[in-house]
Design a protein around this ligand. Structure first.
Ligand SMILES: N[C@@H](CCC(=O)N[C@@H](CS)C(=O)NCC(=O)O)C(=O)O
Length: 364
C-alpha cells in the first residue's frame, strides 16, 4: 500500500507537530529525512520553498505548512477530529495553535541557540539531517553551515540579550501554568488532543523537551508537562474525547492571558502594517518591525504577515458565531482581558496562501 510521506527532521519544530498528529490519527506514513538531496530533488521543485515539513500524500500531492496539511488530512480522515465541535473549545484550540506555532518559537529558539549545550547538540542534528551518511566530524562541519541562518534569526524574532531574562521568566511561568493544567487533564481540552495541543507540541517537544539542557529543565520544573509530551509523541491513536458541555478548564486562562499580553500587541500591529503594505499582491515574509513586551521588558522583532494568516482562523471562527453560542464564548472571554477586543478587530487586508506564497488583498 502506498502511504503518505512526511519529509522533515527530528530536530524540526513543525515536523514534530505533524508527526504527533499523524500518529494520533493513525494515518499511515513513512518519514523521509530532509537531507540536502531531498531538498534539491523534492522539496524545492515540488513546493517552490525551502520549508519543512512537507507532506507527499498517497496520491502524490505535495503540501507545505502544517496547518494546511492537517486541514487537508482532516477531510480525508475525519475520525477523532482534532477540531472540537463546540465553540469555546474550538476557539481556545485555534488560539493555542497560533500561540504555539507563532509565539513559543521565541523561547524555543532562545534556549536552542543561546545555551551552548543545546547549540552543539542542534548543530550535530542539523548535520545528521543534511548528510545522514557522513562521518560525525563532517556532520558537525555541515551542521555549522546549515544551522547558521537559524541561529542568526534570533534578533529578527526578537531574541536579543536584554530581553533574554524576561523570555526565561515567562517560559518558566508558562511551564508552571501548564504543569498545573496537565496534573489534572491529559490534554488541553480533555482526553483527546486538539489542534491546540499540536500547536504547543512543536516548540515544547522538538526544541524544549528534546534539546538536552531544555529537556532537563522541563523534567525539573514541570513533570506533568513532560508526561503530556510523552502522551503526544506516543499517542493512543484515535482515542479520547473533549470535555463535555464545551468546558474550558480554568487552568487554561492564565495561558491565554499570557498569550494575549505578549502576542496580542504583535498581532494587532501586524494587521495594521499589512493594511499599509505598499507592495504588490505578493507580500514579503517580513515587512517591518513591531514592538512587544514580555514580563515588563520591551523588545522589537520583524513583522511576519504569516502570523496574521494564523490569526485570521481565530478571528473568522469567532466572528462566525451568533446568538447563544457567541454569548457563551463572550462569557469565557470576560476572564481574559483584552481578548474579545482583539478578536473583534476587523482584518484590514486579508492574507492568503497560494502555492506556498503569501498574497494580500488589495488596499480598500
Ligand atoms: N508555518 C510553517 C512553518 C514551517 C517552518 O518554518 N519550518 C522550519 C523548520 S522547523 C523551516 O523550514 N525553516 C526554514 C526557514 O525558516 O527558512 C508550518 O507550519 O509548516
Amino acid at each position: 500500500m502506498v502511504s503518505h510521506q512526511l519529509i522533515g527532521a527530528e530536530v524540526s519544530l513543525y515536523t514534530g507537530k505533524l508527526r504527533c498528529y499523524l500518529k494520533y490519527k493513525s494515518i499511515p506514513f513513512e518519514e523521509v529525512t530532509a537531507s540536502r538531496e531531498v531538498f534539491q530533488n523534492v522539496i524545492i521543485p515540488r513546493t517552490g520553498v525551502r520549508y519543512i515539513p512537507v507532506l507527499i500524500s498517497d496520491d502524490d500531492k505535495a503540501i507545505q505548512d502544517t496547518t494546511e496539511i492537517i486541514d487537508f488530512l482532516e477531510k480525508r480522515y475525519p475520525e477523532a477530529s482534532v477540531y472540537p465541535r463546540t465553540p469555546k473549545q474550538n476557539l481556545v484550540s485555534l488560539l493555542l495553535e497560533t500561540y504555539g506555532d507563532e509565539w513559543l518559537v521565541i523561547p524555543a529558539m532562545h534556549y536552542r541557540w543561546n545555551i551552548d549545550e543545546n547549540r552543539n547538540f542542534a548543530i550535530g542534528e542539523f548535520g545528521r539531517t543534511s548528510a545522514p551518511h557522513a562521518s560525525k566530524e563532517e556532520q558537525m562541519a555541515i551542521g555549522q553551515q546549515t544551522a547558521r541562518p537559524f541561529a542568526g534569526a534570533l534578533p529578527m524574532l526578537g531574541v536579543k540579550d536584554d530581553i533574554v531574562p524576561a523570555i526565561e521568566k515567562s517560559y518558566l511561568s508558562l511551564l508552571a501554568d501548564l504543569d498545573r493544567h496537565f496534573a489534572v487533564y491529559p490534554f488541553l481540552l480533555g482526553s483527546r488532543p486538539s489542534i491546540g495541543d499540536f500547536g504547543l507540541i512543536g516548540p515544547l517537544c522538538a526544541h524544549l523537551y528534546r534539546d538536552p539542557y531544555s529537556g532537563r529543565l522541563m523534567e525539573a520544573q514541570a513533570p506533568n508537562v513532560v508526561a503530556w509530551v510523552k502522551r503526544m509523541i506516543e499517542p493512543a491513536p484515535l482515542s479520547g474525547e473533549f470535555l463535555a458541555d464545551d468546558e474550558v478548564p480554568d487552568t487554561l486562562y492564565p495561558v491565554l492571558q499570557r498569550m494575549l499580553e505578549e502576542q496580542g500587541p504583535v498581532i494587532r500591529q501586524t494587521m495594521e502594517q499589512v493594511g499599509n503594505w505598499q507592495g504588490g499582491d505578493q507580500i514579503d515574509r517580513a515587512i517591518g518591525e513591531v514592538g512587544f513586551t514580555i514580563e515588563g521588558v520591551s523588545g522589537t522583532r520583524l513583522t511576519f504577515p504569516y502570523m496574521q494568516w494564523m490569526w485570521q482562523r481565530c478571528h473568522d471562527f469567532y466572528t462566525s458565531l451568533e446568538g447563544e453560542e457567541k454569548r457563551r464564548v463572550n462569557g469565557m472571554l470576560d476572564a481574559i482581558s483584552g481578548l474579545e477586543e482583539l478578536l473583534e478587530q476587523p482584518v484590514a487586508r486579508r492574507i492568503h496562501r497560494v502555492e506556498n506564497k503569501m498574497r494580500v488583498d488589495k488596499a480598500q
